[in-house]
Design a binder for this molecule. Sequence first.
Ligand code: C2E
Ligand code: MG
Ligand code: MG
Ligand code: MG
Length: 274
Amino acid sequence: ATHSECCFYDPSMRTMVAVQGEREQTLLEALWRDEFTLHYQPIVCAADEAVSGFEALLRWQNPTRGLIPPSEFIPLAEETGLIVALGEWALRAACREAVSWPDDLRVAVNVSAVQFQQPGLEQAVLGALLTSGLAPHRLELEITESVLMRDSEAVIACLHRLKALGVRIALDDFGTGFSSLSYLRRFPFDKIKIDRTFIRDITDPDTASIVRAIVGIGSRRGAIITAEGVETQDQSEKVQQEGCTEMQGFLYSKPVTASDALSFIRTHRSRHAA
Ligand code: C2E
Ligand code: MG
Ligand code: MG
Ligand code: MG
């Protein structure tokens, strides 16, 4: 249906709004009941496969439905604006948990484009750092190209202010958006995460040459290049050949609970020390 055909008195639409309101209410209650949790996925250095940090990934621990992945609640949280509160909760929880890790390990937190439209992001980041005591350089904020597509001048100014706090900025899922390469010139990202669709197809020569080009541009700008979604030894070898500096994927570990992340650090460290 075109926009002009849209009718405010369409009963099916009213049902949709009602259902959305109900689901929004459920998400809000989940936040009050403390049902959200973070899982952590290790990121390893390509050179020696030593763990360099973890990405924090939201999960909803629902009493009846079990563990619910972000794809099932982040879109609604973004539509309703609840992502702002949820995102701030994730920032605080990730900083609080990361402060107990060895201090050379970083934590990466995903920041929604919606959070960038709000004026409070810088304050939320500063607040999470101050209350946890986490050193700013240990916090990395992951943003996607969709953030940059909005009001780019304002967003770039905001990114610069965040960087001035000492935190690092990573461009997530790189290669899936539009006019990607120009973004690399316009903002000095500390890290570029190449989307896992490129890693999946890395044995294809055309895909490999795209990865090589991203690595070339990114590393010339001093950015760390992370390959996302590394699932096989073949992919791992290939992304290293193409010059990626970090790897993340099921080959190393799936996202795990905070306490399993601590065990992962312990066993991983002793293996590397040996
Ligand atoms: P992302 O930031 O790109 O996170 C990586 C996703 O890829 C995670 O899915 C992770 O489990 C998955 N992954 C990692 N390694 C592999 C692999 O080897 N193979 C495959 N097939 N998948 C792999 P997850 O946890 O379901 O998160 C999905 C997305 O939800 C994230 O993508 C991110 O965009 C969003 N998200 C998660 N947590 C947050 C959050 O706290 N705030 C916001 N705004 N978004 C979040
Ligand atoms: Mg991410
Ligand atoms: Mg990603
Ligand atoms: Mg993604």
